[in-house]
Design a protein around this ligand. Structure first.
Ligand SMILES: [Mn+2]
Length: 424
């Protein structure tokens, strides 16, 4: 659906594909189970590690070259509509790195900042963030911007993508840790699905000398704190962190402010989140260690309660994976979307694969969702059936249909024999 420039066969994009393959190839042995390793295995792991190092060095060099080419330009950094701490802190780091090259960046999001921790993060650190709705974007003079940048996303979760690319702004960079969502014609690409947080990738850039953090500069301390928060929040407080995240956290520990991080983490749950958790507890069904809950209608601004409810459900004994979904309605734009979040502790479950298999693709071949390690999400447009909820019977009927369809698709995967409709 997103209108992307068609892939051409220039050097940049063909190189890229090879690199993505190389990353995937490097992966499997890196995080295998603990066991005694043979000399050959150790040697091949060393080999893989040095390959990876080589690739990282090349990436930093390419990033510098891209910045050099854009010297004096302005760029737009596009975040997902509901940016999380990983995205926010990584975008801020990009902006600070780019300033060294006299490149001015605006960090944009089109949706809402609704998670209480994200609001606290932005307020307490003074993170420079702007909300641009599609309407606002249309009223801007975009000719000043010579590049756009996707960080912690690949444009598929950002409402501005189509418009910004349609306005002819080339993609300067894509830096992300989600699985590849589709071909993007970017000047610089660093996609590392094996890494748990985009903040890890940015901390590695810092360590490689892209920007020297100085603990006497308040903005650097705040940005380091934001990155630490980003790392933690994408790794379930480092419990799912790998070597790369621990190394990044060790580096950030020289600069970050633990008290500030504490203040961000102590922000409490809003009434709306408590309400969503309550509904998810009430409506959950648990089957084969999957906990599935449809929680009805939610206001657009409360959309972030969905992942928080999934975070909560996955803590139940004997549950390894939780999926929570709701119909989210945007009163201003009269649109409704089914939005869902998946959280899993099961290391062998790939959320990206699971969601793509459960829901498939739309008429244009676009998947309804995807994910990264241990988390995923989906968005299914309600389309023609949107609105009309003043009639509560209609609203209830509509929810029941969507709820049944989503449960059916999920349960087909969770326990293929079960069919919630015909078995009853
Ligand atoms: Mn992330």
């Amino acid at each position: 659906m997103k209108d992307r420039p068609s892939t051409n066969s220039d050097e940049t994009s063909s190189n890229l594909e090879g690199e993505v393959d190389a990353i995937v190839e490097v992966l499997p042995g890196v995080s295998g189970p603990l066991k005694r390793r043979s000399k050959a295995e150790v040697a091949s792991e060393d080999n893989r590690a040095s390959l990876r190092e080589e690739m990282h060095e090349r990436k930093v060099k390419e990033l510098r070259q891209m910045f050099d080419r854009h010297k004096g330009n302005r760029q737009l950094i596009l975040l997902q509509d509901f940016p999380d701490p990983d995205a926010l802190s990584s975008a801020w780091t990009y902006k600070l790195m780019a300033e060294k090259y006299d490149i001015q960046c605006e960090i944009l999001y089109a949706g809402a900042l609704s998670h209480q921790e994200n609001i606290a993060l932005v307020k307490l650190t003074g993170l420079p963030l702007q909300r641009w709705t599609l309407e606002m974007a249309k009223s801007k003079d975009l000719s000043a911007y010579k590049g756009c940048v996707f960080i912690d996303n690949q444009g598929t979760t950002c409402n501005l993508t189509e418009f910004i690319l349609g306005a002819g702004i080339p993609i300067a960079a894509v830096i992300d840790h989600h699985s590849l969502q589709g071909e993007m014609n970017a000047e610089f690409t660093d996609l590392r699905p094996e890494i748990r947080a985009t903040a890890t990738i940015f901390t590695e850039y810092l360590q490689a000398g892209m920007l020297a953090f100085d603990s006497s500069i308040s903005q650097h301390v705040k940005c380091a704190t934001a990155l630490m928060h980003g790392l933690r929040s994408d790794t379930n407080s480092l419990r799912q962190a790998q070597e790369e995240e621990f190394l990044a956290a060790a580096y950030l520990s020289r600069f970050y402010d633990p008290q500030l991080l504490n203040a961000v983490l102590q922000s409490s749950r809003s009434k709306w989140v408590m309400d969503a958790i309550e509904r998810s507890l009430k409506h959950r069904i648990v089957q084969n260690n999957f906990s599935i809950a449809g929680i009805g209608y939610l206001r657009y601004d409360d959309r972030d309660s969905i992942p928080q409810a999934a975070d909560f459900l996955v803590t139940e004994e004997n549950v390894h994976t939780a999926v929570v979904y709701a119909i989210v309605h945007d009163k201003d734009e009269e649109i409704e979307v089914v939005i869902g979040s998946l959280r899993t502790n099961k290391l062998t479950l790939d959320p990206d694969e699971f969601i793509k298999e459960a829901f498939g693709q739309d008429a244009e071949g676009r998947f309804f969702g995807g994910g990264r390690s241990q988390a995923g999400g989906f968005e299914i447009p309600v389309g023609f059936l949107s609105g009309g909820n003043e009639d509560s019977d209609y609203a209830r009927m509509k929810w029941e249909v969507f709820d049944a369809q989503i449960k059916q698709k999920l349960l087909d995967l969770v326990s293929p024999k079960d069919n919630p409709v015909y078995d009853h």
